[in-house]
Design a protein around this ligand. Sequence first.
Ligand code: PLP
Length: 398
Amino acid sequence: MARRPGRNFLFVPGPTNLPDRVLRSMAVSMEDHRSPAFPQLTLPLFEGMKKVFKTKDGTVFIFPSSGTGGWEAALTNTLAPGDKVLTARFGQFSHLWTDMAQRLGLDVEIQEEEWGTGAHEEKIEEALRADKAHEIKAVMVVHNETATGVTSNIGAIRKAIDAAGHPALLFVDSVSGLGSIDFRFDEWGVDCAVSGSQKGLMLPAGLGFVCVSPKALNVRKNAKLNKVYFDFDDHLKQNPAGYFPYTPALPLLYGLKEALACLEDEGFDNVLRRHHVLAEGTRAAVKAWGLKLCAKSPRWHSDTVSAILAPEGVDAAKIISTAYNRYNLALGAGLSKVAGKVFRIGHLGDLNELMLLGAIAGTEMALLDNGVKIEAGSGVAAAAQYFRQNPIEAQAAT
Ligand code: PLP
């Protein structure tokens, strides 16, 4: 393909735009990962990630993998073959995690939810109350379903587990939530939280994170599922001194140091607020176009990704290809059940109002090019109006 001048507008919901200072921080020479100096880099990373997960007592593991590796680490280190787990399935990622649990040999009870909704805490409570023998060892929930732009209420799910008086562990995938929407590991009583580097943490893909509660760490002695690469025990022998059981992804660790500094500099509450404002602006544009979100009601709205339904008779894949080919704008595709029906605007990571307005303008042009009857400029105007009325807190210059 010929050179495309200007920046590519990256608006898939991960990988996300990286701050320039994070990009620069990864241009490092290789070094000895067993040197006495190495822990100066690594020990603060574990502490920094604990702050992001909002935990004091949790243990953070950093794997050279993507989020999927984090899923596998969480399951294999805490469960045994045939153990029963409860999942809610309402999108491609909750499907894939469910599928992994089945392929690992777990006995999976699935609550099928309509795509566009999320995990229903009242149904989880009901299932746990019905499980008088306490056979369910863990409840698995995707915090932010990236395929449909749906956020579930993890605090409410913890309350449901407690109300049922059930000892099940709470496992949460926050791959597309952590670092952009509120996540409270300790307060919500999460036992294993999984994330990846390429979304709210503003890094390339390549690091998988798992935060583990003392309760979940303790059950690992009975966790008879096979694991080698992801064995917590191997990491626990090395991590406290700042080392890893195998060669770490060095540039990504330098990137993580800088990304954590970016989050600190902006202020964590400001980061969350910025994501909320950007999401609301996007939703204002969608409304002005007269289109609908895949998320069925505001209860499920995601502040990191909006999955937008193409009007009847319009192929969402064509909108995405026009956006990419004509305007150098990358929108997220509809996955599996919603392929061709939705296109997604990712609004997470290192971005601001004007970057997002560019993406909204490009989407608007691609919609018009595909014959969708919207008023030209309506989405941009609605989002701009929202942004003018809801300023993002002044941020420290970086
Ligand atoms: N979970 C969610 C919610 C995701 O959005 C993704 C990827 O987009 C994954 C899990 C899988 O993560 P990875 O692609 O980093 O393995």
